[in-house]
Design a protein around this ligand. Structure first.
Ligand code: NDP
Length: 296
């Protein structure tokens, strides 16, 4: 019987653990705070930010929010980030991507104080992760690590294949899988749009992470029997639903589930874990600043 890896359940468990840590922080006179900065009028970005604010409120993290008109000068965003870097009650800062074209995205990532960079995208934090000394692991790959851990999927010695090489998912995922630390030690292949014969690679995978953003591009014929399949993709496709669309993954679920031993659904797999790990990084940042250890 194929095991469905329930991201909502694992994320709820992680949030419960954070509630304990937040109580310990309160005893030490600290309440974690996350600042979100939105410089966009894109509906999806607005939804993501409001979901993050709601998540914070639910676990007892103070949510600070700054909106900057998308046509404002880039300096307004950099000044905002500089102010937030100095705010004692802001432990984590997240600038919602994408930012407008006239703003240098890489400069935004560098502007955030690395100690408050709860996305884990500042070059210093990327470097630390690559060196095996991560301060904040990027939320999506870290969430996947936690899903694998909680479902007792051994990474050590496993053949892992990651489809996608983005800075936010594919590259850090591959990096975590090859680390010597616990939850790593996998023999890892990274595939991308120039990979020849993708299926030849995916069929070798004991652990397959699909993060390409192409609806249902991986079907059962591309999956090794007994594999663990992690579907990161969130693709909005037109459908005859009340909303006029549905969300589907990069994996064709029905045929993949026939081959896999364990599989994440979309929605309800990786997505809730990404959200939970942002909360975790924020509480961890507050803990570091208050001298209270926070771990999962
Ligand atoms: P990007 O578009 O930044 O990267 C996609 C990657 O997939 C690229 O490296 C690209 O290759 C590769 N790719 C695209 N098409 C193919 C193909 N046909 N065969 C092999 N590789 C291919 O996307 P993200 O990494 O940001 O996101 C990926 C998916 O995950 C999206 O659906 C996104 O919505 C979702 N997502 C979900 C999250 C969650 O919490 N569940 C969080 C973040 C993202 P190349 O580099 O050559 O162009």
């Amino acid at each position: 019987m194929t095991e469905v890896i329930d991201g909502n359940a694992v994320a709820a468990d992680i949030r419960d653990g954070l509630t304990d840590a937040i109580e310990r922080l309160a005893d030490a006179g600290s309440r974690p705070g996350l600042a979100t900065v939105l410089m966009s009028d894109d509906a999806a970005s607005e939804t993501y930010v409001s979901m993050k604010q709601r998540d914070c409120e639910e676990v007892g993290i103070t949510s600070h929010h700054v909106e900057i008109p998308p046509d404002a000068p880039a300096a307004e965003l950099f000044d905002t980030v500089a102010d937030l870097n100095e705010e004692a009650d802001v432990n984590g800062i997240l600038v919602q991507m994408p930012v407008p074209d006239h703003v240098d995205k890489r400069r935004v990532l560098r502007a955030i104080d690395p100690a408050k960079d709860v996305d884990g995208f500042h070059p210093e934090n990327v470097g630390r992760m690559v060196a095996g000394n991560a301060r904040f692991k990027p939320c999506t790959p870290h969430g996947i690590q936690k899903l694998l851990e909680r479902h007792e999927v051994a990474t050590e010695g496993a053949e892992a294949v990651v489809v996608g090489r983005s800075d936010i998912v594919g590259k850090p995922m591959a990096n975590l899988l090859i680390q010597k630390a616990p939850l790593g030690n996998a023999t890892t292949t990274v595939c991308h749009s120039r990979t020849e014969d993708l299926a030849a690679h995916t069929r070798e995978a004991d652990i397959l992470v699909a993060a390409a953003g192409v609806p249902e591009m991986i079907d059962g014929s591309m999956i090794k029997p007994g594999a663990t399949v992690i579907d990161v993709g969130i693709n909005r496709v037109d459908a005859d639903t009340g909303k006029g669309y549905e969300l589907i993954g990069d994996v064709e679920y029905e045929s993949a589930a026939e081959q896999a031993d364990a599989i994440t659904p979309v929605p309800g797999g990786v997505g809730p874990m990404t959200r939970a790990m942002l909360l975790y990084n924020t509480v961890k940042a507050a803990g570091e600043q208050a001298g209270v250890a926070v771990d999962l």
